[in-house]
Design a protein around this ligand. Structure first.
Ligand SMILES: [Zn+2]
Length: 461
């Protein structure tokens, strides 16, 4: 069995019993963390000197759409609904091979930025071959992953046998038959529900029943008020269903979610960039016991990796807390119970402990402790030094993806000394661009051509 010893690290374990410990070794045997402590026995181990490094759990992206990676920047200037009108139609033109290349590129970029588990909410499954291509991308990348098999199937190409909704059940059963779906497995399957709006609840009832019958956890784009309440009224809501975004959840929705021990995954940059969405659900949910997790969502707008999401959430939540305080006459703004809502430690936990638990693997990853899977990140602090105070503050506020020195997934090194292992970046970029150009050609688009939407205003006014 392979043994790797990370020597002399500053361990930020995200584990209640271990906490943060300086000058500490972490021993990995096979795919498992075996020991955490000072001066561990090095016999037979490959030693990685982690002096000057923070050793932390790999981060967990609980909601992204990786088929979009070829179109990086296309909607950088998007506003309002322009993401939907510019990006969504492109999915129809993807072959399985296009999907494989795109998802693989997204997984590699995520790992390079310290993400070791990815929930890919895959809305690019037009045929069984597309689903197989996605699985292949995960296997090639070697990341820990969840294929979120989307039932919604909005592409015009989604004709039988993969029509939306129940038309996809048989293929999900087929894929499920190839995966054991045990918590510690590197690759697992989840089901992404169609709309759960109160008016389409009958379909949701069927889909949830199906997902549970095949032992899959679920997620969905929770974009309307009252959806969680509507599920709960039918006795269907449980912590095995992960709402994404939840911008318009009511307080009652969040109360039900908190009481169920549930989670909410938010994508701070995606929520905010187009001016369309509320962000109050994070604070309202946090106060009601909802465990918040993070994701990137749309690689067409911003880079993958969670560090920027964590930092934006820190500042945005403080901005909103301060605005509310001032509106309510709390001037000067002072600290009081519940204000500010979040600190850096909360946000680090969102990206690690909560992300793992939100995917049903809270006792498998997300912490550095004996018995957990060896999903480990080394963050280099040697160039500019480590911040004082809570090291979570360094991670959230004083680091960048460029500091991610080493990434290990299930005991295998994926990045070392700042370089991804076994990745030909030139070839990966060329393949990704070739997908973009093929899809644009089929769709009649050209690179950089954002279709802007104006209502009642002449273009350029
Ligand atoms: Zn999404």
């Amino acid at each position: 069995m392979s043994r790797t010893l990370f020597a002399n690290a500053f361990v930020v374990s995200c584990n209640a019993g271990i906490g943060d410990v300086a000058d500490t070794d972490v021993l990995v045997e096979g795919d498992v963390i075996r020991k955490v402590g000072p001066r561990l026995d090095r016999a037979g181990a490959e030693v990685i000197d982690a002096t000057g490094m923070i050793l932390m759990p790999g981060m967990i992206d609980t909601h992204s759409h990786l088929w979009e990676t070829p179109f990086k920047g296309r909607v950088a200037d998007g506003w309002g609904m322009e993401y939907f009108t510019n990006i969504h139609p492109l999915v129809s033109y993807f072959t399985p091979e296009d999907a494989r290349i795109s998802i693989h590129a997204g997984l590699v970029e995520s790992m390079a930025c310290g993400v070791t588990t990815m929930f890919d909410f895959n809305t690019c499954i037009h045929t069984p071959e597309h689903a197989d291509a996605a699985l292949q991308a995960f296997r090639d990348a070697g990341i820990r992953g969840v294929l979120g098999y989307d039932l919604r199937g909005k592409s015009p190409n989604s004709t039988p046998p993969l029509a939306p909704g129940a038309g996809r059940f048989a293929d999900i059963e087929r894929v499920r038959g190839t995966l054991a779906n045990r918590p510690a497995d590197l690759l697992r399957l989840a089901v992404c529900l169609s709309e759960v709006a109160p008016e389409t609840i009958a379909g949701a009832v069927r889909e949830i029943g199906f997902a549970r019958s095949v032992g899959c956890r679920m997620s969905w784009h929770c974009n309307k008020a009252g959806e969680i309440e509507a599920l709960a009224a039918r006795g269907l809501f449980g912590e095995d269903i992960l709402p994404a975004h939840g911008n318009y959840t009511t307080d009652r929705d969040l109360e039900i979610l908190g009481q169920a021990g549930g989670f909410l995954t938010t994508q701070p940059e995606a929520e905010t960039y187009a001016g369309r969405r509320s962000m109050s659900m994070v604070a309202r949910g946090h106060r009601r016991g909802v465990r918040v997790a993070l994701g990137v969502d749309v690689p067409v707008i911003m880079n993958l990796g969670l560090l920027p999401q964590m930092r934006l959430l820190h500042f945005l939540q403080r901005y909103m807390d301060g605005a509310i305080e001032r509106h309510e006459g709390q001037v000067p703004v002072v600290r009081r119970p519940g204000v500010p809502t979040l600190d850096a430690r909360n946000i680090l936990n969102f990206a690690t402990v909560n992300g793992a638990a939100a995917l049903g693997i809270g006792d498998v990853v997300g912490q550095i402790a004996p018995g957990f899977q060896a999903d480990i990140v080394l963050m280099d602090t040697r160039s500019f030094g480590m911040a004082e105070g809570d090291p979570a503050g360094h991670i959230v506020l004083n680091s960048s993806s460029g500091d991610i020195d080493t990434v290990m997934v299930a005991g295998r090194l994926k990045k070392r000394a700042g370089r991804m292992i076994g990745i030909d970046h030139g070839r990966m970029i060329a393949d990704r661009l070739a997908v973009r150009d093929r899809v644009y050609k089929r769709a009649g688009e050209i690179p950089g051509d954002l279709h802007k939407t104006y209502w009642g205003w002449p273009k350029g006014a």
